[in-house]
Design a protein around this ligand. Structure first.
Ligand code: HPA
Ligand code: ZN
Length: 351
């Protein structure tokens, strides 16, 4: 396990690809499951991570196994209070890591399916956003994610239900399995979301069937500005040039599927290739409670150690994060200046 350096610890940080449900730690999961009368297949806080790591198999199966385990957590969330408690726990963790800005995804259809009134759910998230700013000086923006393994019609209906809450949601994403033909299938929903002014992203998980075609179609058919993961881009030089020239951001997650050791080498190599090619790639945690691969500091440290990135490289990754964030130019300049000041101060301290 890579040590977290003072440099990484003290850097003002942000992340853009993290699922609220994937931040639900085992101890809080037990509390939430008990108050909702839900029985879990384990009774200790480490149960979910154990299950995640024990059911890891082949590369492609990893996503299936991962989502099955994640379902155990996200299916336990039945009230707006569950969303509030989970989100506040994540805010407190992020504050301890010197995180200053977060874009957090939540599976809105899942909340509705599980009986959480949408207005209450959004109000809980709104309260978290305000309290994170007031108590920790962390800026949060919420991304509502639609699940690709549920009917596209349901995504469209959910988009309509979000209309009264438009101001609380910055963007729309797509997650869960990559069903065949998914980019084309979801084009009408994403077009409707764009018409309403939402920013757009979509998952293209690592090493999935048709990864390259899906990445291309997400850009060309869905018009996304970011791809969550999208690392397979590195395997096609034409696609690399396309995402660099169109400034499509990739939210990489180096330690996904890692159990307490280090970042897997194929991911790290793809991240290195994309970084060296000048892609707007950032480093993120995805589902930090699920694998024991840690929150942002440990994720950055593991990736830095595995790929031999310098501290200056890590600053560039964090610049990429702020460059890809869905904020206005004034806020962006503020964060970038803060990062520059940190870099200059650290350089002076070393020299
Ligand atoms: N991929 C797809 N669905 C997800 C993920 C992911 O990385 N995390 C949570 N839901
Ligand atoms: Zn994700």
């Amino acid at each position: 396990m890579a040590e977290v350096s003072a440099f990484i610890r003290n850097m003002p940080k942000a992340e853009l690809h993290v699922h609220l449900e994937g931040t639900l730690e085992g101890d809080l999961l037990l509390v939430i499951a008990e108050r909702n009368n839900i029985s879990l297949p384990f009774d200790d806080p480490d149960g979910i991570r154990r299950m995640q790591n024990e059911t890891k198999t082949g590369l492609t199966n990893n996503l299936v196994n991962f989502l099955r385990c994640l379902d155990i957590c996200r299916e336990a969330m039945r009230t707006a209070q569950d969303y509030y408690d989970t989100a506040m726990a994540f805010v407190r963790k992020s504050a301890a890591e010197n995180v200053v800005y977060l874009e957090v995804t939540f599976d809105v259809q899942q909340a509705i399916r599980q009986g959480v009134p949408l207005a209450e759910c959004i109000e809980a998230l709104s309260r978290v956003r305000r309290e994170a700013k007031r108590d920790y000086d962390i800026e949060i923006r919420w991304i509502a994610c639609f699940q690709r393994d549920h009917p596209v019609q349901n995504a469209m209906e959910t988009l309509n239900l979000l209309d009264p809450h438009r101001d609380e949601i910055v963007g729309i994403g797509l997650d869960n399995f990559e069903t065949p033909n998914f980019p084309a299938l979801f084009a009408p929903v994403m077009a409707a979301a764009r018409d309403r002014g939402y920013r757009l992203t979509s998952h293209c998980d690592v090493n999935q069937p048709e990864s390259l075609a899906h990445i291309r179609d997400c850009v060309d058919l869905l018009g996304v500005e970011r791809i969550d993961h999208g690392l397979n881009t590195a395997q096609d030089i034409t696609l690399v040039k396309k995402i660099v020239s169109q400034r499509i951001a990739l939210t990489g997650c180096p330690t996904f599927h890692v159990s307490m050791t280090s970042a897997p080498s194929d991911r790290v190599e793809m991240i290195r290739t994309l970084f060296d090619a000048g892609a707007l790639i950032s480093l993120n945690t995805d589902d930090p409670a699920q694998f024991g691969s840690g929150y942002l500091n440990r994720t950055l440290a593991a990736c830095q150690a595995a790929a031999g990135f310098t501290d200056e490289d890590m600053i560039r990754f964090m610049r990429n994060t702020f460059e890809s964030a869905w904020i206005d130019d004034r806020a962006r300049s503020g964060y970038l200046e803060r990062l520059d000041r940190f870099r200059d101060t650290s350089a002076r301290a070393v020299s």
